[in-house]
Design a protein around this ligand. Sequence first.
Ligand code: N01
Length: 535
Amino acid sequence: MATAPAVSAKTDFDAVVVGAGFAGLVMLHRLRGIGTTARVFETGSGIGGTWFWNRYPGARCDIESLEYSYQFSEELQWEWEWTERYATQPEILRYIEHVADRFDLRRDIQLDTRVRAAHWSDAEGRWKIATERGDVTARFLIMATGCLSSANIPAFPGRDSFAGKTYHTGRWPHGGVDFTGQRVAVIGTGSSAIQSIPLIAEQAAHLTVFQRTPSYSIPAHNAPLAPETVRVVKSDYAGFRQRNAQQPFGANFPPNMVLALQTDATERDRVYEQRWQIGGLGFITSFADLLFDRNANETAAEFVRAKIRAIVRDPAVAEKLSPKQVIGCKRLCVDTGYFATFNRPNVSLVDVSETPIEAITPRGVRVAGVEHEVDAIVFATGYDAMTGALLAVDIRGSGGRTLREKWAAGPRTYLGVQTAGFPNLFVITGPGSPSVLANMVPAVEQHANWIADCLAYRRDHGIARIDPQPAAEDAWVGHVNDVANLTVFPSCNSWYLGANVPGKPRVFMPYIGFPTYVAKCDEVAAKGYEGFALS
Ligand code: N01
């Protein structure tokens, strides 16, 4: 295992950044750009965040690689060569490592160091930060801990009694896992499962998939990047980025302003078929009303169900794999051969929607009194999304109030970057920002830029403390909810709502609409950080 590189023994910083993934690295780069001293703390033994931890078979991004990358350096954009339409985890990690080296970031990153607590001192106007390897202080604390980093392994009875090996997709062993000859259980059928199941099935003697909710999945049609595609994008990378930033999800999902319900069935299916052949998440923008009107949505949902029925030979299995919730309400998945995997003789599907998993036993997984014996269990059970990693740190703001207490009924932020009563604490892609409903790399970059600009402004204006005004925060929380309620998003049990974690408050966490959001952030900054108390 790599050890942390030598960092200085300094313990007082202008800023401490928690997390060395995409967000932490660009934040560090921007902080340096405004002359701010910073230290990044990272729990892992390497940089990369999500792309350091998620090494499960088939892990790759489902935003196209030419977009899933930084844009702060024109040279970097030009010189890096992506090889496939959707980059694999190793390729993305190589890219992140390249960025760290190219911009000399590592000397301010301390690896193998979990931040345990951060307490604001009203008297000193600083954060006192306790890490596993000593205490530091900082005027600003920036949480770059990721939206999907706090692994969720449900508390199945007997979970720890299993005699074989267990894995979580987000904590995959670095040396890989050889399932050859093994009977394997995969619990969960979200994006991570959908990417890994086809590859695990190829290796395992038998694979049993435990499904609580079927997912809609669109084929990736992954392929090597055509030199001509790269040439066209690189000839105007800035324009490509600018156009994508104007799309609702901040990504190049070709918009179609036509309404599904005003289109006849034959033409509708032609459009869906065309999008299916293109592949990827852009299926959801096939028509403009899919995320706003349940009847429109049903036309897309039924198209995908028909595809599942055409791919999966056993009609009973096809029926079980066919989602009933509205499409897009849970995160859409992108796959390579997922549904066809269920035609393999060594793959079986256990529906646990009505008869939940009763227990993990020493020999396997018990459902409805039947013990499914396996040698290994893969928990593809997702994350305590958006708030899990933040609440895992004992964060206490003004007057010693804990973040956990403040967010007991759900997260509350202004613009998703700050929460009132926690001065000088910033969150990158926090709840209340587009984050998981945007192309994540441009989203983190937009936040890093905004935060750096804000810190430069406060320096130039002699401001020591920045904290949202409670009224501005209340209005923003209301607005985030109002926008969500215009859509079909809140209509099912998704992790966007915290519904996958028992006991988590049911609150729609991301803000829908990247361009509107960016415009609002720019407007707030232009008005001297309207809605923030500066002192
Ligand atoms: O996690 P998930 P994920 N009993 O939460 C099931 C991003 N991502 O790691 O739907 C039985 O989606 C749960 O069932 P249900 C992407 O944003 C991106 O797959 O809650 N089952 C579900 O099927 C994605 O959305 C990429 O009923 C239980 C599964 O476990 C996000 O990360 C790749 C259960 C969890 O699915 C998370 O994806 C991977 C229980 N008690 C991930 N509890 C790409 O870029 C949970 N489940 C391609």
